[in-house]
Design a protein around this ligand. Sequence first.
Ligand code: NAD
Length: 439
Amino acid sequence: MADRYLRLTGTAPGRFLTRRLGLPQPAALTRWSAERPTLDGGLLHLTAGRSALDLAPALARTGIGPAGSGSTAAVVLDATGVRDVEALAEVHAALHPVLRSVASSGRVVVLGAPLDPADHHQAAAQQALEGFTRSLGKEIGRGRTVNLVRLTDAAAAESTLRFLLSPKSAYVSGQVIEVGAAREPATEEPTPADPDRPLSGRTALVTGAARGIGEAVAETLARDGARVVVLDVPQAEQDARRVAERLGGTALALDMTAADAGARIAEALPDGLDVLIHNAGITRDRRLVNMPAERWISVLEVNLASVLRTTDALLKEGTLRRGGRIVATASIAGIAGNAGQTNYGASKAGVVGLVRSLAPRALDEHGVTVNAVAPGFIETKMTAAVPLFIREAGRRMNSLAQGGLPADVAETTAWLAHPASGAVNGQVVRVCGQSLLGA
Ligand code: NAD
């Protein structure tokens, strides 16, 4: 599983040699740890066009002070007021002089406005920000990330800004995230008493959590204060128990494809559920010409049909409480497609469809948000089983030139599950280091 190339380029002779050979130069990413909870350096707040946003309170709570003479950890460019092509020049004028000063593993966050269907000049200029963001992400290097947030209300976007402007978003780049307006009544999503444990008092169920990404998600949600339920198939019960014990949670041995899986979860959680993470997933790769029907059916069943069935059941029975969160797991294979994965690509694209359609209704009818994470190449047992050459290609073919870690998907999930993320709904956020596929 270890990325030996990343280790090699972390040494002076290795860096010298690989540079001479014109090989990729992955930077060691700064990730969240209790000892290093914020980015090192200051924040630069710039504006292009005339903005009506009051960002100061939200930015003040990111924990990064204003950039002074020291290094710049992050740049926030408020381009919500860019309404025409002329104003786009201000994007260049604002960022061009400061980019060199942004530290390694630093952040550039561009803020945009929703596209105005009644003003095609505004829409052109705002859409231009997407091409800009994605291109800058591909060229900026040194482990720095670039993302675009479309918003109307700075307060509603606070949890998103905190995430993007922290080490927790190390492997999220080239993304466009839409944040809606704050919802009433605000009492549904009370501000957590302890900002370091935003999920305290909440119950989170993670499917497929006996190992891999699911285990990391359970761990991160437990860190954030949730009581976690570690669900996995009966064959993995021992591992699930081990994870649950370590996190002070409970294990639930259940095959999500069981017809009554929703009812069994509801029975195991008589007090209800706040966070539902659909992480369980399988691959059964073959080119379509060689693929027996069982391989097709099993992948569609685990990755999509069971997700639809249990989501419906848990919403209908009211097991998922108001203010709840659903985070499903898609994949870049469901966005870009992948040879040998017609079944998997179909199932993960189905997850995207589910999220887009259900999100507005689930919020209106149940007060529950529905989002997806779409991992790219993540270092797990699943990807360790991929043949070496394909594995190396998968690892390097992204703007950060390395694979992500389960913790990267877990941190993204925790942001979506945060009580203050109620305005983030219907989003599919890739955790892929800006994969060159489908980016
Ligand atoms: P993994 O194989 O390491 O873990 C998956 C877990 O799901 C296992 O513990 C397994 O027992 C459990 N599971 C499988 N079928 C189940 C069922 N019917 N009911 C309950 N549990 C079940 O995989 P991973 O790499 O940790 O991937 C987790 C998720 O992320 C999957 O949905 C996967 O498709 C997705 N994903 C992973 C990557 C990657 O690079 N690793 C990339 C994109 C998407």
